[in-house]
Write a protein that binds this ligand. Structure first.
Ligand code: MG
Length: 292
């Protein structure tokens, strides 16, 4: 039977993102990373790295260095009681920065494409719909979404801190908090498939998220209501009736002027008749508008 997994970005999610990590010395686990992975695995999730490593195509380090860095990540995780079930790296890059010919190409593996997740899912027997993609960038969220997974955005970069969610299912401060959300979500799905509570209420960050989502729902509702009110205030019928009323007054004045000037040919009568007619139309308009 296919198993659920957490697909994990590496840099900025599991280890500190110092930019193109090409040496084991640069590897430093982020707070909560090992604990989050350990808890997720204990709950039955496979932990699989899916990481863009364009540093290879850029000529900054080679595949051997990439393997060394990976070995260091695994060793540090194991030292803290965590482990990985798989790791997929995309060394490719399309564009002028790619200077190593073998890796200079567009690839379906490179996030935001879902290639690495699809490959991992098929090779490791993973149920994608029951799985999660956890990462710190928009690309990670997009790749997870395209693979049919739910997503957690790790808020360790500027965009996430500025409130950008990129459509992620949840946002968390670190991998351990992400594990809370994933495990809470799984528990909710078991207890009630229609439950809509976004995060466990016992989790302080979750409560904050819930409150802010409720506030934003109320704000939207108020906005819709005030827009509806404004629409109610404005009536085309009343506008048209007002215009006709103005023409009625003008026609009356025109007829009155003809009477006062005593123009020949009885010009006043049709003008006054027109004024009466327009006045009737305007009044009908106002009455109809009122009874709407
Ligand atoms: Mg990252």
């Amino acid at each position: 039977m296919a198993r659920p997994a957490v697909f994990l970005d590496r840099d900025g999610t599991i280890i500190d993102d110092v930019g193109y990590v090409g040496s084991p010395d640069q590897v430093q686990l982020l707070p909560g990373a090992a604990e989050g992975i350990r808890r997720l695995r204990e709950a039955g999730y496979l932990a699989v790295i899916v990481s863009n490593q364009s540093g290879v195509a850029r000529g900054l380090f080679d595949e051997a260095a990439l393997r060394e860095v990976h070995a260091r990540v695994e060793a540090l995780l194991q030292a803290e009681g965590a482990a990985l079930d798989g790791a997929y790296y995309c060394p490719y890059l399309d564009g002028p920065e790619a200077i190593v010919p073998r890796f200079a190409k567009a690839s379906d593996l490179r996030k935001p494409a879902p290639g690495m997740i699809l490959q991992a899912a098929s090779e490791l027997g993973i149920d994608r719909a029951a799985s999660w993609m956890i990462g710190d960038s928009e690309r990670d969220v997009q790749a997870g979404e395209r693979a049919g997974c739910r997503t957690v955005l790790i808020a360790s970069n500027g965009a996430a801190e500025a409130g950008a969610r990129f459509g992620a299912t949840y946002v968390a401060n670190d991998l351990n908090a992400a594990a809370d959300l994933v495990l809470g979500g799984a528990a909710r799905a078991r207890s009630s498939p229609t439950a809509s509570a976004p995060v466990p209420a016992t989790h302080p960050e979750g409560q904050l998220l819930e409150v802010s989502q409720a506030l934003s729902r109320i704000e939207n509702q108020l906005d819709r209501m005030s827009r509806r009110d404004r629409q109610d205030d404005f009536s085309f019928l009343r506008l048209a009736a007002t215009l006709v009323q103005m023409f009625a007054i003008l026609a009356g004045l025109w007829g009155g002027a003809a009477m006062l000037a005593d123009e020949p040919g009885a010009a006043a009568t049709p003008r006054l008749a027109l004024a009466c007619f327009l006045q009737l139309v305007a009044l009908s308009g106002f009455v109809l508008d009122r009874n709407r």
